[in-house]
Design a protein around this ligand. Structure first.
Ligand code: URA
Length: 194
């Protein structure tokens, strides 16, 4: 089976079997999207209003900003794969609760195992704390980290960044995110030489 076919099977399974409470209020599940063969996976927080309606991650203002930053490093959205910690929209875009993240966790982990990317980029603290629960995004943003992930059975390269929605209207954070984002090509080069 191709990675795409495996992802389709995974999404069909979890769409039926996920017990996340958010299912009750969301319009639909928002699956990860993009190139299943990508060497980079971006992980956001949770779908917002536009994503919930369209069933596609990062299609609102944060997604537009993300696409601009991708252009800045010579990539298109179709080149990469993007998903969320939680697959259903929290009401009024509130933060996802720990239990909601837990309920969507196996879905995410298996998604990542299928794609097996060289680099995982966290967009914001919710993605970061899944793998680094004690860290602060303000401290480790823009730093390439290598960590043994037991579920993956291998060392994984990870790059925490600020969330584009948080940075969108905050001048300083926006500059920092744009600067950190430009580290992605170098990070990929570095990983290949490890
Ligand atoms: N913010 C996220 O974290 N994910 C989306 O899909 C959209 C906005």
């Amino acid at each position: 089976m191709t990675k795409r076919e495996q992802l389709d099977e995974l999404n069909n399974y979890w769409r039926e079997n996920c017990v996340c409470e958010l299912k009750k209020t969301a319009t639909q599940a928002v699956f990860g999207n993009g190139n299943a063969e990508s060497e980079i996976v971006f992980i956001g927080e949770a779908p917002g209003k536009n994503e919930d309606l369209k069933g596609v991650p990062f299609v609102g203002a944060a997604g537009k900003f993300l696409e601009e930053m991708l252009t800045g490093i010579g990539k298109k959205r179709e080149d990469i794969y993007i998903t969320n910690i939680v697959k259903y929209r929290p009401p009024n875009n509130r933060d996802p609760e720990p239990q909601e993240k837990e309920d969507c966790n196996l879905w995410l982990i298996n998604e990542l195992k299928i794609i097996s990317p060289k680099l995982i980029v966290f967009l914001g603290r919710h993605a970061m704390t899944r793998f680094f629960p004690k860290e602060k995004i303000s401290k480790i943003h823009g730093k390439l980290l290598i960590k043994d992930i037991p579920e993956f059975g291998k060392k994984q390269a990870l790059l925490p960044l600020y969330h584009p929605a948080a940075a969108l209207y905050n001048g300083g954070m926006r500059e920092t995110l744009i600067k950190d984002f430009k580290k992605i090509p170098k990070a990929l080069e570095k990983i290949k030489s490890i």
